[in-house]
Design a protein around this ligand. Structure first.
Ligand SMILES: [Zn+2]
Length: 299
């Protein structure tokens, strides 16, 4: 039986969500740079951190020191702990889903069953894996898009398989911030929520759980065009250079509002420029089909 770290804030021990950051900074890397401190003071309180450790200078004490510095100043942190190794391919399913049904004969037996102890297989998961082992952290139960948090049980306790964006929705209401510490805009999972809200085509996948194979609807599309959103965020996007890496922070509600406005104005926005990208091309086809239906209904 997998163990599960728990941390449940109570009235007598409320989450210290409103503290401003005084030094150090985010999830992974060398955090105690003065410029980073300034950036984080400009932002505030709750945050979801994407930390990439590659190409960041070594820090005395290692990653745990950085995570400790982060938690000593921010208090309420959530990091992605995604587990794509749970995915399996069925023999049949909905069309236009960027999947070759029946092709999992060799790979399905190698899939992992999701558990709260299953390590993340994200690109560069070192920071989130270190964070997961910190005391009193709590991991949500989504078989693919789980998050680990400290003091954010309220955002993590209900993370059903059919709603990958549930924790982001709660953090948005809590006036949370997202921090990309050396991570790319394509790693900003929150933007997928804007796609969902504006009706962009979603995909379906399937994952192994202790209760059997679960359908994962609302599976997001390709994020490789998310960098195009930065142009519209302008001064709302706080950026600093830290150890040769760019760290960026933005309020989640602001991020979602700007992304939704852009997608409503241009449904093709934020798709990538790779001409053969299957998921982006399926999104384009779905938008054009929707245009055709609207035109037919009007004539
Ligand atoms: Zn794409």
């Amino acid at each position: 039986m997998p163990t599960r770290a728990t941390h449940r804030p109570s009235p007598s021990n409320p989450p210290k969500a409103q503290r401003m950051v005084s030094n150090a900074a985010t999830s992974d890397s060398p955090a105690t740079k003065p410029e980073a401190s300034g950036m984080l003071k400009a932002s505030a309180c709750l945050r979801r951190a994407h930390v990439h450790t590659q190409a960041i200078s070594p820090v005395k004490g290692g990653l745990n020191t950085l995570i400790g510095a982060l938690l000593s100043t921010i208090d309420n942190v959530m990091m992605p702990e995604f587990t794509f190794s749970t995915l399996v391919i069925p023999s049949s399913g909905p069309s236009d889903n960027d999947i070759i049904y029946g092709s999992g004969e060799k790979t399905n037996p190698l899939a992992n069953v999701f558990s709260f102890d299953l390590p993340s297989d994200m690109e560069d998961p070192e920071a989130s894996e270190s964070f997961r082992h910190f005391p009193n952290t709590y991991r949500s139960s989504h078989p693919v898009f789980s998050f680990t948090g400290l003091g954010l049980d309220i955002a993590l306790i209900n993370h059903p398989a059919d709603d990958p964006y549930a924790p982001i929705r709660v953090l948005r209401k809590m006036n949370g911030w997202v921090l990309l510490a050396g991570a790319k805009p394509s790693h900003n999972f929150s933007i997928h929520l804007a796609e969902k809200i504006t009706g962009r085509k979603q995909f379906v996948r399937w994952a192994l759980t202790s209760e059997g194979i679960r359908e994962i609807p609302n599976y997001p599309g390709c994020p490789d065009g998310f960098h195009k959103l930065n142009y519209y965020l302008q001064e709302e996007l706080h950026s600093v250079q830290v150890g040769g890496e760019t760290w960026q922070a933005i309020n989640i509600d602001t991020l979602i509002n700007v992304a939704c406005a852009l997608l409503k104005d241009d449904p093709f926005a934020l798709l990538c420029n790779e001409i053969n990208c299957p998921r982006c091309n399926l999104v384009r086809e779905s938008i054009k089909a929707q245009y055709a239906r609207q035109w037919q209904s009007e004539h």
